[in-house]
Write a protein that binds this ligand. Structure first.
Ligand code: BV8
Length: 233
């Protein structure tokens, strides 16, 4: 009897909403080399460039909408009476707009700014490149994107590890399994005795570690998976 579920999502769950995935055909990350925009070193070297990169992605949030996969996970979150944790690697806000509540952004959020002066994290929708004042301490020019860059510690690792250790079912949706520690969650869940299922458009780097891998678009696979879960209640 499945009771405790952990779901990990990646860029593939937002692809059908028009949010580009990471490893595009040109391997460039929206035209940028990852190390030039998503590392603390890049921010120290050229903060304006990094701010422009995230300002552009933050502005595009207003042009995209949740797809049937986000909406189905919102439906599961409302109806599942047992433990559920949705861990996303995505920094967009489509899971929340799809109705998910038991959600953890392990790599941060575009819609949040982090003040390096007072350490406050504040909801943020506009650009940061002009160095606006922190909503909490009013210090100008000290806000950085509230994003976990390469080499930085992901958010909520204690909560995630605890949920993986107790999981009956682990489901990975729309992720290539190339970035750690997220790509290692299936091993932790499996070790804890959980059934592990992958829902992905293509086979990933970690498909072989799952008990079952269903291939197809998230907008089709996820609603069907949620129907399965709720009909088994
Ligand atoms: C850390 C925010 C210390 C930024 C991101 C062990 C081995 C090797 C390397 C490492 C290791 N441990 C650590 C590292 C280093 C590094 C790492 O993993 N490097 C990789 C490149 C080798 N990891 C780190 O630096 C991490 N920090 O380790 O700190 C530590 C160690 C232990 C415990 C605690 C701390 C921090 C990594 C986070 C970096 N920030 N994002 C931003 O968004 O701007 S990572 C970013 O890239 C995303 O968040 C995501 O995690 C990753 C992209 O992967 P996916 O989401 O999977 O997307 P991708 O495009 O690759 O794949 C899409 C998939 O969807 C495909 O499979 C495709 O088939 C599928 N798909 C497409 N369309 C659809 C679909 N599926 C269904 N339907 C569709 N329609």
């Amino acid at each position: 009897m499945v009771r405790r579920i952990v779901i990990l999502t990646g860029a593939g769950v937002s692809a059908e909403s028009g949010v580009p995935t990471f490893r595009g055909p040109d391997g460039l990350w929206e035209g940028e080399r990852v190390e030039d925009v998503a590392t603390p070193e890049a921010f120290a070297r050229d903060p304006a460039r990094v701010q422009r990169f995230y300002d552009a992605r933050r502005a595009r949030l207003a042009e995209v909408a949740p797809n049937p996969a986000h909406i189905a996970l919102g439906r599961l979150d409302r109806a599942w009476p047992h433990d559920l944790l949705i861990v996303t690697q995505n920094v967009d806000d489509l899971h929340e707009r799809g109705g998910a509540v038991r959600l953890l952004h392990m790599h941060g959020e575009l819609a949040s700014a982090w003040c390096l002066a007072c350490d406050a994290r504040s909801p943020w929708r506009g650009p940061l490149a002009a160095g606006p004042a922190c909503p909490a301490c009013r210090t100008p020019g000290q806000l950085r994107p509230d994003i976990v860059w390469f080499g930085e510690m992901p958010y909520g690792m204690e909560t995630i590890d605890a949920a993986l250790m107790r999981a009956d079912l682990f489901v990975a949706i729309g992720t290539s399994g190339q970035v750690y520690p997220a790509a290692g969650f299936v091993d932790l869940a499996r070790h804890a005795g959980a059934r592990c299922v992958e829902l992905n458009l293509d086979p990933s780097m970690i498909s072989g570690r799952f008990h079952e891998s269903r291939l197809g678009p998230a907008s089709k696979l996820v609603p069907a998976f949620v129907d399965e879960m709720l009909s088994a209640l």
